[in-house]
Design a protein around this ligand. Sequence first.
Ligand code: FES
Ligand SMILES: [Fe+2]
Length: 374
Amino acid sequence: MLSPERNGLLTDVMNGAPAARLMRSYWLPVAVTAQLDSRNPMPVQVFGEKLALFRNLAGKLGLIDDQCAHRGTSLSAGAEHFKTAGRIDARGLRCAYHGWLYDATGQCLDQPGEPAQFEFCDKIKLKAYPVLDRHGFIWAYLGNAEPPALAPVDAIAREDGVRINTIGTWPCNYFQVLENMVDPVHVSILHQDTDFDQEKFAAIPTLRVEPTQWGLKTIAGRPGYEREVEFLFPSAVRLALPIMDPPIALVFWAVPVSETQTLSFHSWFLPLPTGMAPAEREEKVARMKKFIYELGDGDPIHHQSKVNAQDKFACYSQGQVAKRSHEHLGRTDAGVSLLRRLYFAAIEDVEAGRDPRGVVRGTTPEIVRFDNVT
Ligand code: FES
Ligand SMILES: [Fe+2]
């Protein structure tokens, strides 16, 4: 049970709230690379902030404030419906209204309507964030300090197999999504009628939890085996998906759009040992796709599986922002309790100017491998 104040500390992620400052200390995915085409900017909203993502004609990525500094027209919204939304230029993004041009640092470079002697673009600069295009995602560092390294977790960085990256939206606060990530007990009940290996998951597990360098680990014990799931700060889970052998390695991030909406990014990695027969490879890839797009209509970017729909339902029906003042936590919620404790501590770390759990600096570390997917 949490008081409204403590709950608010976890759930308020708008702009510069303490939990937002914590999450902004890490690189976060903000788009699947395949979503961004070369002709149009893409609207991105994170932590309540409206931003315009674009790639200039030279290929450089930019993520800048969506509101033009002239009279505030959106630089990206409407791009799907109106050809007049912000235009990609050789040097950056041009506002659709009067053509002011911004580069990837947010610097204004051109004001077509102003007579040359009155131009003042050198005084105009929009907010801009560093962006990276890696492993099929576009990552942003939305903090104020020196960006840390991007931790290369196996499922997103390995190349010895097939990877599919997807995006989705959950109509609820991000912390409900995070609590679902550290709750392995629900799998035996909520996901009873899915492609998961039902024999393996029928028994309700015992649960152990441990803090780790990256966040925390849940260990679910069922007859004959244990299953570990890693939570990675600030908002990802890394697990082995038990729908085939070898299992798929999955990393799933939750990124707040606002207090009541959350983006989900999934990186699905199927290891394909060298020497596997082509027919077997094809069959496994087809099975992975069938699982990811089960409820979909052939759209290759949006994740639409039954398991995901069940998890979403469990989370959003708690309320857009779960109150947590009337809950009754038990032993099966050990992961939830530990996650909250670690989150409060990490928020304090950031407030005190310390790097929170899981921030990596210096040389990029080796691929971070977990031993439950070979
Ligand atoms: S509002 Fe953008 S150029 Fe005028
Ligand atoms: Fe689930």
